[in-house]
Design a protein around this ligand. Structure first.
Ligand code: GUN
Length: 283
């Protein structure tokens, strides 16, 4: 029987845990605050930011939204981040990506104080993930690890294949699976024999950004398949996995929507709580 991994239920459990943690800090007179910066009018980014704000409100995290015009200069954005870096009541800072083209993404990310970098995009935090000594993990890979843990899916000794090598998902995902003693392969557009490599996977993570990319001939019987895809096809959200065709071959699979997606915001909330605890000397 295939287990359909319910990201909504698991994210609700994570959020409940975070809410409790925030409440405990509040009782000690400590607030938890997240600043979310959005530059420009990208409609998808606006939806993501609105959802992050809603999640904060539900968990008792104070959210400050900075919606800046497309014309914002690098100096103006850097000046805002500098101010938020110094602001006591703000524990986490998130600058929604992608930024308008005239802004240097790397420079902006590097200007966020690593202790407040709840996305874990700053090179300091990326390096810490590499050596296995980290406070923050990028939200999507963190959410996937949480799902595997919740479903008691053992990683140790498993053949793990990640399709996609982005800095946000593919690379950190590979590191987290490696830290759990999985044997990890990261595939990309130049990978030869992609189908064969994928078919060797006990755990297959698809983060390609192409609807229906993973077909049944790429999936081993009984594999765990995690679908990170968020593709819009005729207005409908669909994953990187041909879900209906692949589902019955797997032992467990995440649907889209309702799989990895809801976990991302839950893990952002968790990173924000961790930031507040660290900054208050509680961990
Ligand atoms: N854009 C798409 N995903 C993300 C994310 O996780 N964090 C930020 N800051 N921007 C994004």
């Amino acid at each position: 029987m295939t287990k359909i991994i319910d990201g909504k239920a698991i994210s609700a459990a994570v959020k409940e845990r975070v809410k409790k943690g925030v409440g405990e800090l509040n009782q000690q007179g400590i607030t938890v605050g997240l600043a979310v910066i959005i530059v420009g009018e990208d409609p998808a980014s606006k939806v993501y930011v609105a959802n992050k704000k809603k999640a904060c409100e539900a968990l008792g995290i104070i959210s400050e939204e900075y919606a800046l015009p497309e014309s914002t200069t690098e100096a103006e954005l850097l000046s805002l981040i500098k101010e938020l870096n110094a602001k006591k009541s703000i524990n986490g800072i998130l600058c929604q990506l992608p930024l308008p083209r005239h802004l240097d993404e790397k420079l902006i990310i590097n200007s966020i104080l690593p202790e407040k970098d709840v996305d874990a995009f700053h090179p300091h935090n990326v390096g810490r993930i590499m050596i296995g000594d980290y406070d923050f993990v990028p939200c999507t890979p963190a959410g996937i690890m949480e799902m595997l843990k919740y479903e008691n899916i053992e990683v140790e000794g498993k053949t793990c294949v990640v399709i996609g090598r982005s800095n946000i998902v593919g690379k950190p995902m590979g590191m987290l699976l490696l830290h759990k003693n999985g044997t990890v392969t990261i595939c990309h557009s130049r990978t030869k024999n992609l189908k064969e490599v994928c078919r060797s996977a006990d755990i297959l993570v698809a983060a390609v950004g192409k609807a229906g990319f993973v077909t049944p001939d790429m999936v081993k019987e009984g594999a765990v398949v995690i679908d990170v895809g968020m593709n819009r096809e005729n207005g409908k959200l669909c994953g990187d996995v041909d879900y209906e065709a692949v589902k019955d071959k797997t032992s467990a699979i995440t649907p889209v929507p309702g799989g990895v997606g809801p976990m991302t915001i839950a893990m952002l909330m968790q990173n924000t709580l961790t930031a507040a605890k660290k900054q208050n000397g509680l961990i």
